[in-house]
Design a protein. Structure first.
Length: 494
C-alpha cells in the first residue's frame, strides 16, 4: 500500500528521512487479516543515539526554544493543515494498522486528537510571563525597597514520547503537539505494532518545514525504549502504556532524575444506581468492554449494578453483547474489530479461563468467533457473580472482557470502585445528579463521567490517573504545564 506522508523504510532524524543504521526492516501486520501491510524501518541503538543528538543540539543551540510562541504556533498550524488535508488516508491507515472500526477511526482516533491539536495551539498563546504583586521592604541601609518578580515558563528540554498501539495516532498527536508548542524538542518512539501512524507526523513536520532536529521519529524494540528513558541527555519522558512498563521506566529514569508523565493502566468502574436510566446504563456498560475490542486504558470494564436491577440488567447486557457485529473493521457495519496481535488474544483467553475457574458466571462470549478464521478476533465477553478481589476484577485485561458486580447501597458501590490498584476513570448513572456528584468526589480516580459525561473528550479537560494509573496530566492547560518549568526572576524596582 501507499503510506501517507512518509517514505517507506525511512526513519525521521534531524530533519531528514534516513534508513535505519543497520538497514533492518520489520513487517507490520493487519490484525484483521494477519496480512503484511508493509515493511517498516526497524531502528536500533545507533538510530536512538542519532535522534537524541539531533534533539539535544536543536534544543541547546537551535532557534526553536527561543522562538516566540506565535512563531512556533505558526509552524505547528502548518502541520495541522497538512494532516487534515490527508484525513481520509490517515483514517484508512488507522483501520489497517490498529484494527479500529471505521467509525472509531474517524471520530475518536482522528477527529478528536485533531481537535485537541488545534486547542493546544490556542492555549499556548497565553501570556508566558506573569508579574507578581510588588512588596515593600523597609529598613536597612538602602531605605525602603520596592521589589517584584516575574514568573517565566520555559521548556523542559529534550522530551522522549513513547506511545502504545491502541490509540497510536491520537497519543502521538497530543504528546508531540504539547511538547513542541512549549518549546521542547522531541524524540517520538511508537509501538512496533503501529509505527506508520507515528511516521505520518514526521511527514507532516517535513512538509511544514519544522527546523531540523525539533521532531525526530524512530522505531525500535525494548532496547531503544530503555535507551531513551535512561540517557542523561533526555530531560523528560511522556509515556502511555501498562503499569508494569511504567514502573520499569521510573526505575530506568531515576538515576538521571527525569521529569515523567505516566498515563498507565486502568480498571475503571461504572456505577449503576437503583434510580439509573437503564437503557443509558446498558449502552455505557456495553461500550465499556467492546469499544476498540476493549483495548483502552480508560474503559469502564467493571460494571457495578444495584442488586435490585442486576438480574434483568445482566440478561439484557448478554443479549446486547451477543448481537455485536464482530468482523473486518473495513466493513462499515462492523461494530468491533480484532485485538492487535495473537499474543493479546492469548492473554484474554488466559483471563477468561481464570474467570471460569473462579466460579464467576460467563454470560456471553468466552471464545473466538467460529466464522472468522483469519484475524485476532475474540467475542464480546462478560461475567456476572464476580468477586471484587478476583483476578478478572482486579487486573487490566486489555481486551473485550467486562465484569458485573452487585451492590446494595452507595457506600458499598464507592468501596468496590476504590477496591483497585488503578484509578484512571469511572462513571455513575443516576437520576440524582447531585448525589452522583458527591459519589464522584469520593472515588479515587482521575476522572468520572456522570450520565455519560459531556458527549466528547473536552479539549480543556486534564486527563490522567492516580495510584497505578500513573501521574501527571495530558490535555488542557494542565497538560501544557507538564512540558514547562517555571523560573522566578526577581527585580528591585526602586
Amino acid at each position: 500500500m501507499i503510506l501517507p506522508l512518509q517514505q517507506p523504510g525511512a526513519l525521521y532524524i534531524d530533519g531528514a528521512f534516513v534508513a535505519p543504521g543497520e538497514g533492518y526492516e520489520d513487517p507490520v501486520f493487519n490484525p484483521a487479516t494477519e496480512e503484511v501491510i508493509a515493511m517498516a524501518p526497524l531502528g536500533g541503538l545507533a538510530d536512538g543515539e542519532a535522534a537524541i543528538v539531533a534533539a539535544r543540539t536543536a534544543f541547546d543551540t537551535g532557534s526553536w526554544p527561543i522562538m516566540s510562541i506565535r512563531e512556533r504556533v505558526a509552524y505547528l498550524q502548518k502541520m495541522v493543515d497538512v494532516l487534515e488535508s490527508r484525513a481520509a488516508e490517515i483514517c484508512d491507515l488507522i483501520v489497517l494498522e490498529a484494527g479500529s472500526v471505521q467509525s472509531n477511526a474517524k471520530a475518536r482516533q482522528f477527529d478528536v486528537p485533531m481537535k485537541h491539536f488545534r486547542r493546544i495551539l490556542d492555549l499556548a498563546l497565553r501570556q508566558d510571563i506573569r508579574a507578581l504583586a510588588p512588596e515593600l521592604t523597609r529598613g536597612g541601609g538602602s531605605g525602603t525597597v520596592l521589589g517584584t518578580a516575574f514568573v517565566v515558563r520555559e521548556p523542559v528540554g529534550v522530551v522522549a514520547a513513547i506511545t502504545p498501539y491502541n490509540y497510536p495516532y491520537f497519543l502521538n498527536v497530543v504528546k508531540v503537539a504539547a511538547a513542541l508548542v512549549t518549546g521542547n524538542t522531541v524524540v517520538l518512539k511508537p509501538s512496533p505494532f503501529t509505527p506508520f501512524e507515528a511516521l505520518v507526523l514526521a511527514g507532516a513536520a517535513a512538509e511544514a518545514g519544522l527546523p531540523k532536529g525539533v521532531l525526530n521519529v524512530i522505531t525500535g524494540g525494548k532496547e531503544v525504549g530503555e535507551q531513551l528513558t535512561a540517557d542523561a541527555r533526555v530531560d523528560m519522558v511522556t509515556f502511555t502504556g501498562s503499569d508494569q512498563v511504567g514502573a520499569a521506566i521510573v526505575a530506568q529514569s531515576a538515576p538521571t532524575l527525569k521529569r515523567l508523565v505516566m498515563e498507565l493502566g486502568g480498571k475503571s468502574a461504572l456505577i449503576v444506581r437503583e434510580d439509573a436510566n437503564v437503557k443509558m446504563a446498558l449502552g455505557q456498560a456495553l461500550r465499556g468492554f467492546t469499544s476498540h475490542a476493549g483495548q483502552g486504558c480508560a474503559m469502564n470494564t467493571r460494571v457495578l449494578v444495584h442488586n435490585s436491577l442486576r438480574k434483568e440488567f445482566v440478561k439484557q447486557l448478554a443479549a446486547m453483547a451477543r448481537a455485536v457485529k464482530v468482523g473486518d473493521p473495513r466493513a462499515s457495519d462492523t461494530q468491533m474489530g480484532p485485538l492487535i496481535r495473537a499474543s493479546a488474544r492469548e492473554r484474554v483467553e488466559r483471563y477468561v479461563a481464570q474467570g471460569v475457574d473462579s466460579g464467576a458466571t460467563l454470560m456471553s462470549g468466552g471464545r473466538r468467533p467460529a466464522d472468522l478464521i483469519k484475524g485476532f478476533y475474540y467475542e464480546p465477553t462478560f461475567f456476572d457473580n464476580v468477586e471484587s478481589q478476583s483476578t478478572i476484577a482486579q487486573d487490566e485485561i486489555f481486551g473485550p472482557v467486562g465484569v458485573v458486580i452487585g451492590f446494595d447501597n452507595d457506600d458499598e458501590a464507592i468501596a468496590i470502585a476504590n477496591d483497585s490498584r488503578f484509578g484512571l476513570r469511572g462513571g455513575i448513572i443516576s437520576a440524582d445528579v447531585g448525589r452522583a456528584f458527591e459519589m464522584a468526589r469520593a472515588i479515587r480516580t482521575g476522572g468520572v463521567t456522570l450520565n455519560g459525561g459531556a458527549g466528547t473528550q473536552l479539549s480543556d479537560g486534564p486527563f490522567g490517573g492516580v495510584k497505578r494509573s500513573g501521574y501527571g496530566r495530558e490535555l488542557g492547560e494542565d497538560g501544557l504545564n507538564e512540558f514547562t518549568q517555571t523560573k522566578l526572576i526577581e527585580i528591585q524596582a526602586g
